[in-house]
Write a protein that binds this ligand. Sequence first.
Ligand code: ACO
Length: 440
Amino acid sequence: MKDTVTIIDNATGKQIDCPVYQGTYGPRVIDTQALYKKLGMFTLDPGFVTTASCRSAITYLDGEEGILLYRGYPIEQLAEHSTYLEVCYLLLYGELPTAIQMLEFEEAIKTRQLVHEHLTRSYAGYRYDAHPMSIMVGITGALSSYYHEALDINDPDDRDLTAIRIIGKMPTIAAHCHKHSVGHPFVYPNYSLGYVENFMNMMFSHPSRPYELNPKAVRALDLLLILHADHEQNAGTSTVRLAGSAEANPFACIAAGMATLWGRAHGGANEAVIHMLNQIGDRKNILNFIKRAKDKSDPFRLMGFGHRVYKNYDPRAKIIREACHDLLQEMDTVDQPLFEIAMELERIALEDEYFLKRKLYPNVDYYSGIILKALEIPLPMYTVMFAVARSAGWISQWMEMISDADRRIGRPRQLYTGPVRRDYAPVELRGPITAVLRNS
Ligand code: ACO
């Protein structure tokens, strides 16, 4: 028997049978597309709490169990055995690459890392102290001016090339943001280095002092990039899909996703966590901050805690916390006091009725800043690092959306609560003149 749900409109007595689908995993999904046609009704779901906006075969997460899969592979296995570039390939094409495919992919990415020299001059238009995310959004959007007329989004080869360009250029654009803020000359990509090594070299090498790559730091950054690469239909990714559904330029779509990611409730939380831990400053102040987080009249929230989907420990946070422990043994740049405050705050919160009842656990942003700090990445660059990693997920989701045969422009409806129709009144009939004209 076909799986359906019957929706009855009690006001009119009309009813429809809506098809119900079962994905590979996850809750069953009611297809409500016929609702408007047959019953003249919309659904209301602010924040998309129960709305599946698309079909996707890229990433799956089970919030109750704390499971995250990229193309079916558990994040723990990818974190242990894979590399960010291999994960990019997996997200884009659905399978892990063979050795030859990987070599070709690496070569293609490498040769797309350089950005147009004119684009590097655009940085000069930003204040030296501009937040690097504002520059990232602007410069990524500006890429659309280089790749627009000749880019046919309906051509699979052009889409492929776009994905390669995005993944290739993001570290360069990000490193230039950092160099702009410290006033150092930009460092060009070096084709002889690996993806992450090259990123770190562009961030930290200096004309007067060569940069020595630390393999432990390279591996830690690679790990962070893997963990942040995709996360199904979150706010940033949904923004990319929505903009893309209008057939907007893909570089502009990625810039739109970045703007969303920058928000404190989203990827901006990694920076906010470090501000919060610095503000706490000492273990003895933790209880006071927990008290503030629970107080509804106080806007303060525990940054890096809570998630729309995870009602269990975020598996990415678990991996990052372990990596922090490892790095503590291996690198003397780990801020041990800050890490200890973070662990103690977590311990106290996870024993507290308020957090237990609401299933609030550390999310990906909670410990990632400790690693970024150990890698000597400046605090305002934290969300930029997230954006570099997530670009792979965004462009994979964009490719999936554009090649979907059922693609339609994303156009949500609304429950209108404004005034009823009324007629325009000339200004003299709208009430007494109360304004006082000064200096006349
Ligand atoms: N500290 C204190 N209370 C919290 C927190 C928190 N960090 N997060 C949620 N709550 C409370 C809410 O006040 C609410 O309480 P109530 O039921 O008494 O009203 C309840 O938990 C449910 O929270 P919502 O805000 O409804 O959850 P939602 O799914 O809308 O928001 C979000 C999720 C935005 C992540 C939220 O938990 C938050 O603001 N966390 C802090 C910011 C953060 O870490 N963001 C990064 C998320 S991961 C990412 O985007 C990469």
